[in-house]
Design a protein around this ligand. Structure first.
Ligand code: CA
Length: 241
């Protein structure tokens, strides 16, 4: 008997467990947008059933659920021998709670409010560690622009860029979507802290900061698409074929 072939080619399923509808839907939408299969559960019992029936690649698990708390749920999974990676979402920042979470078998956790980009990075990192991630490196490269997610550093050519945390997240989001036109609202949703009552006009300000740091040379990387948004293009990509 041979092992089933190419398990890593199957779409990666993420189970998102959260009873607060807006948060669950936001996370699920962001993950689908990134190419994951997503299954949603709004209670601990539904989550347990889904985890057992669907064998997801990873679970994003809210700690505060109406029936069974996230820690207890994770302990149940571990007790039944399920090694599925778990990232907790927690509104509590009590270290005792977090210790309880890790003792209960968490792989990582995020404290609310969190940014969607941060969650996506943690998911990729946990999946990489678990050995079933796409063969993606932690480096994003567009033209002569390089961003190292793990080291939290970015370069254009040989010159390292000095970026604020918001500028870094903005650049990362643009680099994750090279050539795609991103609206101000999309940028707000993906590159700003979750829960930030963002004003799309603020995006314009940060784009201008980022441009000043990136584009002080001949080949401009961040293009404005009037009335739509912004796109990051490697020099030469904007020309018609
Ligand atoms: Ca909750």
């Amino acid at each position: 008997m041979t092992a089933p072939a190419a398990a890593q080619d199957q779409p990666r399923t993420i189970l998102v467990v959260e009873d607060e509808d807006p948060i669950r839907e936001l996370v699920a939408t962001a993950l689908r947008f990134r190419g994951f299969e997503v299954v949603e559960a709004a209670s601990g019992s539904d989550a347990l059933a889904a985890a057992r029936n669907l064998a997801p690649s990873l679970i994003v698990l809210d700690v505060m659920l109406p029936d069974l708390d996230g820690f207890a749920l994770c302990r149940k999974l571990r007790a039944s021998g399920d090694p599925v990676p778990v990232i907790f979402l927690t509104a509590r920042d009590d270290p005792a709670d977090l210790r309880a979470g890790f003792t209960g078998g968490a792989d990582d956790y995020l404290t609310k409010p969190f940014s969607l980009e941060e969650l996506l990075l943690r998911i990729e990192a946990v999946l990489r560690r678990a050995g079933n991630a796409q063969p993606e490196t932690a480096r994003l490269i567009v033209g002569d622009l390089v961003l190292d997610e793990d080291a939290h550093r970015a370069w254009r050519g040989d010159a390292e860029l000095t970026l604020s945390p918001t500028e870094f997240r903005l650049l990362r989001y643009l680099m994750m979507n090279p050539g795609r036109v991103l609206s101000r609202q999309q940028i707000l949703d993906h590159a700003w802290d979750y829960g930030f009552a963002g004003d799309p006009a603020g995006v314009e300000t940060y784009i201008s900061y980022l441009r000043r740091k990136l584009d002080d040379r001949d080949a401009q990387l961040i293009r404005t698409v009037r009335g739509v948004g912004y796109a990051l293009r490697a020099p030469g990509d904007g020309k018609p074929a």
